[in-house]
Design a protein around this ligand. Structure first.
Ligand code: MRU
Length: 356
């Protein structure tokens, strides 16, 4: 995989592989200000919950650089608030901003919150968040890879791969973990209308890694399962409520219902940073609605009559009891998730869940 999130310390720029143009071309979008970061997040230059979090951490650095003069602190605070609200569903965005704010608070507690000291602290923390994300995905891959059998075909929805994280991936991390352990795994990538993360991104990164991948229309899922072509489903998550209800890309819940019908395991793979203990269940997860144009057009071509209203909900919520296990860096959590999630947070003593 290419480096897709790179901070240039000399130039103070974040270089993002522009996911809107994949697989056609590998072009970078350069962010020089926090507003560039917000634009990149909202237009899906970069997407996928953990990658959104890492990008937001670098966004805090650029927000601090943008904020100068005597009133830099209120300017910074306003910019961090805008950044945290750039997309509503993926909790990693708020989680990353909260972690950067915590590091500002630590300096305040020591009585040293000048601009230079905070910049050094922000640079170090953003780099740590990015590095840790890869390590966490590898741990997810290790735990989840053990759930797959040699010869399995895994169906996945959207892109929860290296591109959606700082590297390695969550759902695709599970696939990579199994492959790294010597198993032969094939992947079916749902195309994932309307943004086509499966057809464009999952297929692109698996092909680069020589992991066999077949793309299927979203509506082929029942047929493929009925034909016995799928042994297991693994998806990522944008936000997991305290009871295990999981928001992920629109269409995921339908895949989970089909997996239950065909008696197939349905796993969610996500870091603990995607679990929001302050949201008790899925009914209070905010669901992002995106521009109609993503549905009415394919590229520049309109496929829907002018004037017809459109639903473009970007996520849906899979009820916890449809989930066979949640694969985290702390191991595979099992139902009832209210208990297993709290135990996982307790076990990861170094990570206290930040308050949002
Ligand atoms: O709208 P997107 O592309 O940001 O949605 C991404 C997903 O739904 C992913 O499955 C999820 O963020 C997990 S990424 C490891």
């Amino acid at each position: 995989m290419v480096d897709h999130i790179c901070f240039d310390v000399e130039k103070c720029e974040l270089h993002l592989l522009d996911q809107r143009f994949l697989p056609e071309r590998e072009e970078y979008f350069i962010c020089r200000s926090v507003n560039d970061i917000i634009e990149a997040l909202q237009t899906m230059v970069v997407r996928g919950a953990p990658a959104i979090g890492v990008t937001a951490a670098w966004g805090c650095v650029l927000a601090l650089l943008d904020a100068n003069g005597s009133s830099w602190m209120p300017h910074l605070e306003a910019a961090l608030e805008n950044l945290a609200n750039a997309r509503p569903t993926a909790i990693n965005l708020r989680w990353a901003v909260a972690r950067m704010r915590a590091c500002q608070q630590q300096l305040k507690n020591k009585g040293n919150v000048d601009h230079d000291a905070l910049l050094s602290a922000f640079l170090a923390e953003a780099a740590t968040i990015q590095r840790e994300d890869v390590e966490i995905c590898r741990a997810i891959g290790h735990h989840g890879g053990a759930l797959l059998h040699d010869g399995d075909t895994v169906l996945t929805h959207c892109n929860a791969g290296a591109l959606a994280t700082a590297g390695y991936g969550t759902a695709l991390g599970v696939v990579r973990g199994a492959v790294d352990a010597g198993k032969h795994i094939c992947v079916i990538a749902d195309e994932t209308r309307p943004f086509l993360q499966g057809a464009r991104l999952t297929a692109w990164e698996l092909q680069k890694d020589h992991i066999p991948v077949t793309v299927a229309c979203d509506n082929a899922c029942a047929l493929l399962m009925g034909k016995g072509l799928v042994q297991c489903v693994v998806v990522g998550a944008d936000r997991i409520a305290a009871n295990g209800d999981t928001a992920n890309k629109i269409g995921t819940c339908g895949v989970a219902l089909l997996a239950r019908h065909f008696n197939l395991p349905f796993y969610v793979a996500a870091p603990l940073s995607t679990i929001d203990l302050s949201t008790s269940d899925g009914s209070s997860i905010p669901i992002e609605q995106r521009p109609e144009r993503e549905v009415t057009h394919v590229g520049q071509v309109r496929i829907c009559p002018e004037g017809v209203p459109v639903y473009n909900y970007a996520f849906d919520v899979t009820p916890a009891d449809y989930i066979s296990g949640i694969v985290t860096e702390m191991g595979v959590l099992r139902y009832p998730y209210t208990t297993s999630i709290r135990a996982a947070f307790r076990a990861k003593t170094t990570m206290t869940p930040p308050a949002f």
